[in-house]
Design a protein around this ligand. Structure first.
Ligand code: PSU
Ligand code: MN
Length: 309
């Protein structure tokens, strides 16, 4: 039975009914992660990449209080352009539904809605995690707790380098979230391919990842997985180069008293200015790379589902 708050685009519903490959995409990266019009160009390019790989893209957002799975071009444009679009995490969903408002969904909210729709694969840029200084601020993204709950595999270039990566990995272990390095043994740090932090599980093909995911969900239908996919070498910003800018942006955020859900968009925008757009180009490149891998994993999962149908 269809959920009363959910609208699934016909093409996506059809693909899901046939056990086809579908990849979810978030909308916070469009509305709050990048400026217009580059954000709109990126949103369309992510969808195109997924189609090129033989899967169906499902960009997710809340519009007029409806949980939308699959957006038309007018809706993408609206998300990219609206200056006051709400940033919606899971706890914001009931409010937006009740008040019939719009919201761009974070990784956490996108996972929750994807799971409701039956989508198992979701490509993003970088997940949220434990913020630096969280021992004082307590700022830990709901992306982590959602990974423990919703049965969706999230393809991400590690976690955003603005975070406390060692604590983010520890928290993922505590929450029993499998972390799989795609062709890497180190946790990638978003803009950079390496972080110096080991991840114990490595997979070298989308099929190998699909086999692990299928086993994960045979054990329990709860809980996601994090697929860590390093940014392509050509677009990488070495850790030594970006770290100074991150430190500057963090100092600025503290000085201005930026807190709560505004922290991540502020830091990303500030780093974009400090790097004169280089961080933005890296962000687009890694997101496209994740969309491509997401589509390949979704296709591999779909093949194994169809075989068992
Ligand atoms: N990755 C990006 N750009 C972004 C984000 C991630 O490349 O804008 C967003 C995601 O939507 C993620 C959110 O869920 O930042 C995390 O926000 P917070 O730290 O407030 O939970
Ligand atoms: Mn937070």
């Amino acid at each position: 039975m269809r959920h009363p708050d959910l609208d699934i685009a016909p093409e996506i519903a059809e693909a899901l009914a046939q056990g086809g490959a579908v990849v979810a995409l978030e909308s916070t990266i469009i509305a709050h992660g990048m400026p217009y019009p580059g954000n709109l160009v990126t949103a369309r390019a992510l969808e195109r990449m997924i189609r090129t790989e033989g899967a169906v893209p499902a960009t997710i957002a809340v519009l007029g209080g409806r949980l939308k799975v699959g957006l038309d071009d007018a809706a993408l444009e609206q998300l990219a352009q609206s200056p006051d679009m709400a940033k919606a995490s899971v706890r914001d969903l009931p409010v937006l539904i009740a008040q019939r408002r719009d919201g761009a969904t974070t990784v956490a909210a996108t996972m929750r809605i994807a799971a409701m729709a039956g989508i198992r694969v979701f490509a993003t840029g970088g997940i949220g995690g434990v913020h630096r200084g969280a021992e004082l601020s307590g700022d830990v993204s709901a992306d982590l707790t959602e990974l423990a709950q919703s049965p969706v595999a999230v393809i991400s270039a590690g976690a955003k380098a603005i975070l406390d990566l060692p604590r983010t990995l520890e928290m993922l272990e505590t929450l029993s979230v499998p972390v799989i390095g795609y062709r890497c043994d180190e946790f990638p740090a978003f803009y950079s391919r390496t972080s110096g932090l080991c991840i114990p599980v490595r997979a070298d093909s989308p099929e190998d990842i699909a086999v692990i995911l299928a086993a994960h969900w045979r054990l329990s239908n709860e809980g996601g997985a994090l697929i860590a996919n390093p940014i392509p070498s050509a677009e990488e910003i070495p850790a030594g180069k970006i770290e100074g800018h991150i430190a500057t942006a963090l100092r600025e955020a503290r000085a201005r008293g930026i807190a709560g859900k505004d922290v991540t968009p502020f830091l990303l925008a500030h780093i974009r200015d400090l790097t004169e757009g280089e961080s933005q180009r890296a962000n687009v490149a890694l997101a496209l790379n994740n969309a491509q891998l997401g589509a390949k994993i979704a296709c591999a999962l779909s093949t194994s589902i169809k075989r068992s149908m």
